[in-house]
Design a protein around this ligand. Structure first.
Ligand code: HEM
Length: 175
């Protein structure tokens, strides 16, 4: 996973809890003193160690923690990639273009990045379906990002989840 995700995870814990918790979480994750540089990829396993340790230490279930973290990184991603966002888009237009625009740009800029391949279909004006089949199985992160997109556009989005082979389908409706 890209270093930016590790850096943002540390920042998320520091800002929402405090740095003492962060130190303890890194120790419990066997990553005390480990520096995750922003400009390269690091083993997924290390992010999972941090998330597991944070979940135990803060007594928050992993799904809720990942969703809050997704909510936290959403605005940063939107700012970083703002030049790829058409100002005419609404929240669903952005979701429709996440794979072909955002995740593709991430892959182009950082060849070692492996964002999930999302199968996205626009069902109608008010509905987008997103099929997520990454081996990482952290769709809650994506749900948190979608929530932040809803806030950014000040548009209400309802997210329904269903299991599909090897993953999850999200059906997002603009209400
Ligand atoms: C502004 C929009 C977005 C940008 C710029 C963005 C960018 C990124 C980046 C940089 C990563 C890390 C990739 C890596 O470390 O290899 C990532 C991972 C991820 N993205 Fe996106 N993303 C965006 C929106 C979304 C949305 C709407 C979803 C909803 C499903 C989503 C789902 C995920 C998930 C679940 C991961 C974790 C990796 C995995 O599960 O395989 N992203 N994204």
């Amino acid at each position: 996973m890209q270093g930016i995700i590790f850096v943002l995870f540390s920042k998320f814990v520091r800002e929402n809890f405090d740095y003492k918790h962060l130190n303890q979480i890194k120790t419990n994750a066997d990553l005390a003193g480990k520096f995750h540089s922003v400009d390269q990829a690091h083993p997924d396993e290390e992010l999972f160690q941090l998330v597991n340790a944070a979940s135990k230490h803060l007594d928050i279930d992993i799904g809720t923690l990942l969703e809050s973290f997704g909510n936290y990184i959403g605005p940063v991603l939107l700012t970083t990639y703002s030049s790829y966002i058409d100002p005419e888009w609404n929240s669903l237009d952005l979701l429709e273009n996440i794979e072909s625009t955002m995740h593709d740009v991430v892959r182009m800029n950082s060849p070692d990045a492996t964002p999930p391949s999302l199968e996205i279909s626009r069902i109608n004006d008010k509905k987008v379906a997103i099929d997520y089949t990454s081996e990482r199985r952290i769709i809650q992160l994506g749900i948190g990002i979608i929530d932040s997109i809803s806030d950014h556009y000040n548009e209400d989005l309802v997210i329904e989840q269903e299991d599909i082979p090897d993953g999850t389908r999200l059906v997002v409706t603009l209400v």
